[in-house]
Design a protein around this ligand. Sequence first.
Ligand code: SF4
Ligand code: SF4
Length: 406
Amino acid sequence: MGWSTEHHPRTDALESCVTCGLCLPVCPTFRITGDESASPRGRLAAMTIVDAGRAEVDERFGDVMSLCLQCRACETACPSLVPFGEAMEGARAEVQAQVPPRGSRIKKFGLTTVLRSRFMLRLMTIGAALFQRIGVLKRLPVLGVQAKGLRRLPLPVRSAAGGSWGAGDDERPVAMLLSGCVSDVWFSPVHTATVEVLVAAGYRVEAPAGQTCCGALAAHGGFATEADEMAETNIEAFASADVVVADVAGCGAHLRTYQRLGARGSDLAAKVRDIDEVIAEAVGDGRLPTLDPRDEDVAIQDPCHLEHGQHANTAVDKVIAAAGYRPVPIDRGGLCCGAAGVYQLEHPEMSSELGERKAAAFGAAGIAIVASANAGCEMQLRRYLDDGVRVVHPVELYAEALRRRR
Ligand code: SF4
Ligand code: SF4
C-alpha cells in the first residue's frame, strides 16, 4: 500500500541521506539504545523502504517512528541537510492514517481540539490549580512525576490573546505575540515579561484574538491536517505584524515551518523571532539597556528547538549578560532533555533517562538559577533538579532587572 496521505515524507528528502552516519552521535535515542533502528539514519532507511514500495506502514514502523524525540539534533549534524523533522512529521501522519496506536483518539482530541480551545484550557487549568493548591496534584500516580515540573498555576487564569500594549504611537513597529495554548494559561508570567520588554524596546505589542495554538504538538503527533488548519488560522491572524514574537522555543520553531504552506506562510515564517533574539538585537542597537552587573551565575539550558529549530540559542547568553548575570552554558551541544511534548507520557523511561542525565550536568555546576527558553524543557528540568534551584525563562530575568533599574 505504501503511503496513503499527501503528508508522506518526500522522496527527494529521503534520497538526500547519504547514510554517512554523522548524525548518530548526536541522536539521544541511538546513544542510549545503540540500536540503528533508533537512529536518524535507521528511521530514514525505514521511510525509504516504504517509499520504494518494499514495505508497509505497520506497527513496527510506527514503533520505530514513535521513539524519536523530534529534537532535530540530527538536522544540525547532517552534511546533506536532510529535512529530518519534516520527514518525521510525514511518517507520523502516515502512522496515524494507517495504523493508529492505542489511545490515538484521546491523543487527537487533546492535541487538536483541547489545545485550540481557550475555554477548555482555562477550565482544565482552574481544576489543576485548585488540586495543586490543596496538594493533591503532586500525589496523583503518574501525574505526580509530571506535576513536579509545573510552576504554581495562576488563579484567576487569564489569556494574553486579544490584548494590546504600548499604544499611542503609530510610528512604532508592531510586534505580535504568539500567546499559544498551554503557555498562555500556565506560563502567563513569561508573557507578561515578554510584553514589558517589547514595549521598552519600542514596539506596539498585540496578541491577536484570532490566533490559535501553533500546531507543533499536533504535527509531531501525526495530525498533519489539523496542524495545517492551525497554521492557516495563524497566518491570517498575524498577517499585519512587523515581527511575530514567540517566547516558547518549540512554538517559534514550528511557526518557522509555515514556509512550507506557500507565499503567505513564508511571509509569516520570515517575521518570526524568539524573544531572546529580539532582546539581543535591541541591546545591540541601544534600544534596550545593559543592566547593572550582579555577582551571580545563571546556568543556561539550550532547548533543542531554539538550537536546532531556530539556530538562536546563543541569543540567550546575550540576554543573561544584558540582565547583569554571568551566563554559564551547561551541556552545550549535548543531548535533548527528554521533554519533547507528550513524549514523556508515551516513553517515560527514555524521557526520564535523558532528564536525569541533563539534571546531573546542571547539578554538577551547582548554580542556583537555571534559564530555559522553552516551557517543556523548563518543566523537565524542574522535575529532576533539586527543589531549591530556580528555573526561569531568560526574559523573566531581563524584565526583573529592568524593573529593578526603574
Ligand atoms: S548525517 Fe544526514 S546524510 Fe548522514 S546518515 Fe544522518 S541523515 Fe543521512
Ligand atoms: S530528531 Fe532527535 S531523536 Fe529523532 S532521529 Fe533526530 S536526533 Fe534522533
